[in-house]
Design a protein around this ligand. Structure first.
Ligand SMILES: Cc1cc2nc3c(=O)[nH]c(=O)nc-3n(C[C@H](O)[C@H](O)[C@H](O)COP(=O)(O)OP(=O)(O)OC[C@H]3O[C@@H](n4cnc5c(N)ncnc54)[C@H](O)[C@@H]3O)c2cc1C
Length: 326
């Protein structure tokens, strides 16, 4: 029986979507392996109620290991997960990705002399073992990664795994006392926060309105902010406009930016370069506005509008507002 241990990050009394996706994926895989999916949460006891921890049961975790310690820092989580895996014999550790997931996963790999695969977009079971699928060569091909080590570490691409509620079961909560290594406590969390665009965290937003060089100038983003506001979404950007200083790096989507999977990704004045596509191709619906009917983005859009965004975006905003008011 092979069980999977998943790290779940929480902030202000809620688990982030990326962690819930990892727990859901861990539960699916553990089910196929005939084992269980367990989660580990680390934080100050006051912010980690029984109910919050047990709520991971809705995503398929059967047990949650609750560890009192500094949340949001990698090394204490490495200590916690290494101890839990050594005590309980989990076969795999799974992370949803993101900077913290990468850092903890890498540390845990070194600590356990484990095998690791990062930027994983899919995992399958083959002959009773997990095989990670990782896109390579700018996502033009997919490589299969098999594990030979006792413990396999899987670090997903951010938001690669879908958060799925599988029922209303509550996970058992077990407190674990972990003795942190002195070096693990040398970094101190000064403050935590989330980067937001139009007051919505872009990685969790259901609707993203993204702008590219076709906006013509930094002020072009004002119209997108207005549209995003009307739709209740957030604003995202290409690297070209971030490099030009038109919008903040925190909103950059793509290979060297964030990976998102909203319900709607509305791309205005974006050509659809491969490096941008890899960050948004998981979106449920892609709508593109581009004046060039041959723009590559139309090849992977669900709806393409050929025209001048300066005329279309304000009209769209007006229409959305009118619909909301009426
Ligand atoms: C190693 C590496 C990493 C990279 N990482 C990233 C990354 O993370 N994210 C990313 O986005 N890019 C990344 N890039 C850059 C990427 O290759 C593209 O250059 C970039 O995505 C292009 O941005 P864009 O679509 O805004 O601009 P452009 O390619 O210049 O496209 C602008 C589009 O706007 C359209 N347009 C112009 N005017 C209008 C108008 N009035 N109305 C409607 N449409 C109009 C044009 O037809 C055109 O299709 C990376 C590149 C490299 C080499």
């Amino acid at each position: 029986m092979t069980s999977i241990l998943v790290y779940a990050l929480h902030y202000e009394g809620a688990f982030n979507k990326n962690s819930l996706g990892a727990v859901s994926e861990g539960a699916r895989l553990a089910g196929e392996l005939g084992g269980e999916c367990h989660a580990v949460v680390v934080g100050e006891q006051a912010g980690l109620s029984d109910d919050l921890c047990a709520s991971l049961g809705r995503y398929g975790a059967t047990k949650v290991f609750r560890v009192e310690g500094p949340e949001g820092l990698a090394q204490p989580v490495v200590d916690a997960m290494a101890k839990i895996i050594s005590d309980d014999g989990h076969g795999y550790a799974l992370f949803g990705g993101g900077l913290l997931g990468f850092e903890i996963g890498a540390g845990l790999t070194a600590r356990l002399d484990a095998g690791v695969c990062m930027e994983v977009t899919s995992v399958r079971v083959e002959d009773g073992k997990l095989v990670s699928e990782r896109p390579i060569l700018q996502d033009s091909s997919v490589s299969d990664v098999h594990y030979r080590s006792d413990v396999g570490v899987i670090i997903g691409r951010l938001n690669a795994f879908e958060a799925r509620e599988s029922g209303d079961a509550a996970a058992a909560v077990e407190d674990v006392a972990v003795e942190f290594a002195p070096h693990s406590l040398r970094a101190k969390m000064v403050t935590r926060g989330e980067q937001r665009g139009a007051d919505v965290n872009i990685e969790d937003a259901d609707i993203l309105v993204a702008g590219g060089r076709g906006l013509g100038k930094a002020e072009g983003f004002e119209a997108l902010e207005e549209l995003a506001g009307a739709l209740g979404g957030a604003v995202a950007a290409t690297r070209a406009v971030v490099d030009a200083g038109w919008y903040s790096y925190s909103a950059q989507i793509g290979q060297t930016g964030k990976t998102v999977a909203p319900k709607l990704y509305l791309a205005a004045g974006i050509s659809g370069a491969i490096q941008h596509k890899v960050g948004m191709q998981g979106s449920e619906n892609i709508v593109a506005i581009n004046k060039d009917s041959n723009a590559p983005i139309f090849e992977f859009s669900d709806l393409g509008v050929v025209g001048d965004l300066n005329k279309i975006v304000p009209k769209l905003t007006e229409a959305v507002k009118a619909k909301k008011d009426g």
